[in-house]
Design a protein around this ligand. Sequence first.
Ligand SMILES: [Zn+2]
Length: 68
Amino acid sequence: MYVVVRCPRCGSLMLAKRVHKTRTCPQCSYRTTLRGLKVLRRTDSSRKALTLIQALKEKDSRQKETSI
Ligand SMILES: [Zn+2]
């Protein structure tokens, strides 16, 4: 099981395996505990998870564009 979570420090999306307790953000190197983080998406395959992250990122950038 994979989960998509958002880094509480820099807000970037990352993929984590459910069995892991902590995850280090690839963007800001912040080490975060998965427990207590809001799970945005969950999936069984890492490939699907990457697609989900991509879609969420696009959604994020669209929201930023419209808010300006
Ligand atoms: Zn981060």
